[in-house]
Design a protein around this ligand. Structure first.
Ligand SMILES: [Zn+2]
Length: 501
C-alpha cells in the first residue's frame, strides 16, 4: 500500500521582548523554499526533513513537501508572514485532501505571532479544519518548545529533540516518520498526553551534556522501548517568549490500542514533570560578569586550546540582539590579545566597512544600537579591516554540516588584539566555519568570545582549552526579573518564590 504524506517545516522561535517583528524576508534570509527544491537543499543533512525523506524512501511513500520555512530567532512573527507560510501548507493540504494518509511537520514549539501566542497550535487548528479530527499528524519539536495544550490536542504524535546542543534533528525526523507509518498502517492508534511544570524554563535550559536532564533523557529513551509507549518528549521551554503557557512540559505519545498504555504514559509524564520541578535549584552554569570573565582570560594559558567565553545573554539564537558591547568593552579594557569576538550583528557597521577595502584603518561606531539598556551602547573604535566578505559559508560541524548559510555583508575588524566579526544577518555561533570562512583560525586563538548559550559547545568545545559562561546583561540575561513579563501565568518559578507544584 502506498501512503501519501504531506510534509512541511515551519520553524521560528520568537523572543517577544525583542523590538520589531519577524517578517517574510527574515524567513527568506534563512530558508524559505517550496516543494522538492527544499528537499534538494535540506534532504541530506542533519535536518528533520532528511529524517522524513529517509523513511519516505524506505516505505515507498508519495511525499508532498509543501515548504521549508525557517527563520533565525527574533521578534514575534508578523501576521502577513505567518499567513503566507501557513497558507502554503494549508493550500497544499486542501489540494490533496482525500488522498492524504498522514501529515508530517517539523515545528519549533516556541513560535509566537503578533496576533496569537501559539503559532504551532494555530497551524494545527487550521489543518484540522481542513482534514478533520482523525487524520494522523506527527510533529517534531525543538527541545526548547513551549508545548501548549492546543498543540498536544491537535496532533497524535510528538517527538522532541533529546540533545542540547541540538544534534539529533535527523533521528527525530526519522522517528516521527516511523511512528506516522505505523499509525497509517493501523498498527497503532497514537495519542498524546501533556504535563506542564510551573517554571519559566528548565533550570539547566535542557542541557544534555551536564546536570539533571542527562538522566531524564536517558530514562525517556529507555521508556520508549516499553510496550505501548511510542515517544517521550521532555521540553525545556523558552522563557524569552512571554506567553501564558511558557515553560517546561512533558509530552508522552502512547498507543491507545495497547491495554494499560495510557495509565503508564500518565505515570511517566508525572514522574518527569516532578523531576524537573525538583531539580529547579541545580543549574550547572556559573555566570561570570564581564569583568570577571576577562580576568579569567588575562590569566589563561591557551597552550591546550583557546578560552571560550560564551556571551550567554546576547545569544542571537534566543532572540537577543547580538549587538551588545559590554563584553567587547571589557575585553578591550583588559587589553586581551589574539582574541576574537563573534558575531557582532550590526548591519550599519558592516555596510560602512564595505565602503572601504581590506587593510584600511577606519573609525566607526560598533554595536549597542538596538537597546543599550540590555548589554551596553555603541563603542567608537579605530581598527583595521582584515577581511570583507558576502558572509556565505558552508557548515562542517555537528549542527550545520553540509548546510549553506550566510551572515550577509561581513567584515573582520581588528581593534588592538581583538578580531571582531561584524555581520549583517542574525546567527549564533554554531560552527567553526563561521570563523574559518572569514580567515580566522579558531584553534590558534587564545580567547574566543562567542555569542551563544550552549550550542557553541558542539563545534567549539572539542578545540577549547576551557569554557566559561558570561552574563553580559544583554536581552537574554539569565536574570529573568530584568524582563517585563506580562503574559505568563502566575505564580511561576522563579519570578514567584512561593510557587508550588
Ligand atoms: Zn532549541
Amino acid at each position: 500500500m502506498t501512503f501519501t504524506v504531506l510534509s512541511a517545516e515551519f520553524v521560528s522561535e520568537n523572543n517577544t521582548f525583542k523590538k520589531g517583528l519577524t517578517e517574510l524576508h527574515d524567513f527568506a534570509v534563512d530558508c524559505l523554499i517550496e516543494g522538492d527544491a527544499a528537499i534538494a537543499a535540506r534532504g541530506d543533512a542533519n535536518t528533520e526533513l532528511a529524517g522524513f525523506v529517509d523513511v519516505a524512501r524506505e516505505k515507498g511513500w508519495r511525499m508532498i513537501h509543501a515548504v521549508s520555512a525557517l527563520a533565525s530567532p527574533a521578534g514575534s512573527v508578523s501576521r502577513a508572514a505567518y499567513d503566507h507560510i501557513a497558507g502554503i501548507i494549508c493550500r497544499e493540504t486542501t489540494a490533496h485532501k482525500g488522498q492524504l494518509d498522514g501529515i508530517l511537520l517539523s515545528l519549533h514549539g516556541a513560535q509566537v505571532c503578533d496576533f496569537c501566542e501559539d503559532g504551532e497550535g494555530e497551524l494545527l487548528r487550521r489543518l484540522r479544519a481542513i482534514v478533520g479530527p482523525d487524520l494522523p499528524i506527527s510533529v517534531t519539536l525543538d527541545l526548547h518548545a513551549n508545548a501548549t495544550a492546543a498543540m498536544a490536542k491537535n496532533a497524535q504524535i510528538w517527538v522532541s529533540y533529546k540533545t542540547y546542543p541540538h544534534v539529533d534533528m535527523r533521528p527525530c525526523g526519522r522517528k516521527a516518520a516511523e511512528l506516522l507509518q505505523d499509525a497509517m498502517a493501523g498498527l497503532t492508534r497514537p495519542a498524546t498526553l501533556r504535563r506542564a511544570v510551573p517554571m519559566m524554563d528548565e533550570i539547566n535550559s535542557g542541557r544534555s551534556d551536564a546536570g539533571p536532564m542527562v538522566a531524564l533523557y536517558d530514562q525517556a529513551r529507555a521508556q520508549e522501548a516499553e510496550r505501548g509507549i511510542l515517544s517521550v518528549s521532555i521540553n525545556a521551554g523558552f522563557s524569552d517568549a512571554d506567553i501564558f503557557e511558557m515553560g517546561p512540559s512533558v509530552l508522552v505519545t502512547y498507543d491507545s490500542a495497547t491495554p494499560g498504555a495510557e495509565t503508564r504514559a500518565s505515570a511517566i509524564a508525572d514522574a518527569h514533570a516532578r523531576a524537573i520541578w525538583d531539580a529547579r535549584f541545580s543549574g550547572q552554569n556559573e555566570f561570570l560578569d564581564v569583568v570577571n570573565a576577562v580576568e579569567v582570560a588575562r590569566g589563561f594559558d591557551s597552550a591546550h586550546g583557546p578560552l571560550v567565553i560564551a556571551d550567554y545573554a546576547d545569544n542571537p539564537g534566543s532572540g537577543a540582539y547580538g549587538d551588545a558591547t559590554n563584553l567587547l568593552r571589557a575585553m578591550l579594557d583588559g587589553k586581551l590579545t589574539n582574541a576574537v569576538l563573534a558575531p557582532m550583528i550590526d548591519p550599519e557597521a558592516a555596510a560602512a566597512l564595505h565602503r572601504h577595502k581590506v587593510g584600511d584603518s577606519v573609525t566607526i561606531d560598533i554595536g549597542g544600537k538596538c537597546d543599550p539598556n540590555f548589554g551596553g551602547g555603541p563603542l567608537a573604535l579605530t581598527g583595521t579591516i582584515t577581511c570583507l566578505s558576502n558572509g556565505s559559508y558552508r557548515g562542517d560541524g555537528p549542527m550545520l554540516g553540509g548546510l549553506d548559510h550566510t551572515f550577509g555583508p561581513t567584515a573582520v575588524f581588528r581593534v588592538d588584539g581583538i578580531d571582531i566579526l561584524i555581520v549583517t544577518e542574525r546567527e549564533q555561533m554554531l560552527d567553526r566555519q563561521q570563523l574559518c570562512a572569514f580567515g580566522i583560525e579558531p584553534a590558534r586563538k587564545a580567547v574566543l568570545a562567542l555569542k551563544s548559550m550552549q550550542h557553541f559547545r558542539a563545534a567549539f568545545e572539542p578545540i577549547a582549552g576551557k569554557v566559561i559562561v558570561c552574563d553580559s546583561g544583554a536581552l537574554s540575561t539569565p536574570n529573568m526579573s530584568r524582563r517585563p513579563y506580562t503574559h505568563v501565568r502566575r505564580p511561576i518559578w522563579p519570578l514567584d518564590s512561593d510557587t508550588t507544584f
